[in-house]
Design a protein around this ligand. Structure first.
Ligand code: FE2
Ligand code: FE2
Length: 363
């Protein structure tokens, strides 16, 4: 028997191609006959994979926000000299930034959740991108709280050992505030899928109006240089967020149903109660606070004010909050939305029930 040639040996080692492949690729036209579609995409999937621009103004707002023009690590922190303050002043200053972090510290998670929702609901591309910029800004705002607290009270706000009675009161108040922040998060998560965008955005607008008002006032009042710069920058960001919310609302407010209008009235009352925790005084509705909270809070605010933080007086804050709320009223009333009564700051309107599990403003 003849020995196999090299060519025959090699040929013996070849295997058949797997089914469906062939040396000659089938042409596209013939493949079309065998093509099948996948099942329909489920609702709320996260792949818009299209980039509709329905509101060019939002695209322009996003372009403006790409570079916020500042960064928390580049602010003049080296000018903040903790030893220039008494121990109690340090506790009181850190206390206020901790109070702020119930709102601004929850911002990243709260807006990130809303951001995901804009993908689930396949919002137009600039809405999704604007939310991305807001998440980024909120991470910066949260870092301001972090840096201020840790510069003044290392291991604050929870893990330091207070040396004075006021420090102990501050820490107890902080725990009560966070208790409420956690309750807000439970309600917020449930609201995101529950309400249509017009309702979410009206609530967001309430938060943005509140925050830009607060930071503008404190920017003018503080005498501590690094905080002045913080409030200026954060205030600018918040004004941009407000512009984004207003632009989205210009599109959707004219198309509301009666039912949505009624929900918005209730939501504004809920937003007022929640945001009053930082803008004015925390109302008993929603805010569950310990027996010494209010008296300690006033003491701590006085001490922080004496240190130059720029906390406005209760009367000034009431006036600012009232003006901000009236701005909100002017924006939404032309769209047939009744404004709720806010007797705490002397605003007349419709008396509405309050449900603490349905608070959705963001700061
Ligand atoms: Fe913020
Ligand atoms: Fe904001």
């Amino acid at each position: 028997m003849n020995r196999p040639t090299t060519a025959e040996r090699l040929a013996g080692k070849t295997t058949s191609p797997p089914p469906g492949t062939s040396a000659v690729a089938p042409d596209a036209a013939s493949l079309l006959y065998g093509m099948a579609e996948p099942p329909p995409f489920p609702e709320l999937n996260i792949f818009p994979l299209e980039w509709r621009v329905e509101t060019p103004k939002l695209q322009a707002l996003y372009d403006k926000s790409r570079d916020p023009g500042w960064a928390p690590n580049l602010l003049p922190w080296d000018t903040l000299e903790p030893s220039a303050f008494t121990v109690d002043q340090r506790y009181a200053l850190a206390y206020w930034f901790t109070l702020l972090s119930v709102f601004d510290g929850s911002g990243p998670a709260v807006f990130a959740r809303a951001f995901i929702h804009t993908w689930e609901t396949h919002e137009e591309d600039p809405v999704r991108k604007c939310f991305f910029s807001i998440v980024r800004d909120e991470v910066n705002h949260e870092e301001i709280c972090q840096r201020a607290i840790q510069a003044l009270v290392p291991k604050g706000p929870l893990d330091y050992v207070p040396e004075t009675p006021l420090g102990k009161l501050a820490q107890n108040n902080v725990r009560w505030m966070y208790h409420n922040g956690c309750r807000y998060w439970s309600g917020f998560k449930g609201s995101i899928g529950k309400w249509p965008l017009p309702i979410l955005f009206t609530s967001f607008l309430m938060g943005e109006i509140a925050s830009s008002t607060l930071f503008h006032g404190m920017y003018q009042a503080t005498s501590i240089p690094v905080f002045k710069e913080c409030f200026r920058r954060v205030g600018q960001d918040e004004a941009r967020h407000m512009g984004i919310c207003l632009t989205v609302l210009e599109n959707i407010l004219p198309k509301l149903t009666d039912e949505q209008r009624a929900v918005i009235t209730k939501q504004i009352r809920a937003g007022f109660i929640f945001l009053s925790g930082i803008l004015y005084l925390p109302p008993k509705e929603f805010w569950e606070l310990g027996p010494t909270f209010h008296a300690s809070h006033l003491l701590l605010e006085d001490v922080a004010r004496s240190a130059g933080l720029g906390i406005l007086t209760a009367e000034e804050r009431k006036e600012n909050w009232r003006n901000a709320v009236l701005r909100m009223k002017g924006l939404i009333e032309p769209h047939g939305i009744e404004f709720p009564a806010l007797p705490e700051i002397g605003v007349d309107g419709k008396t509405v029930a309050f449900d603490p599990s349905e608070i959705i403003p963001v700061f």
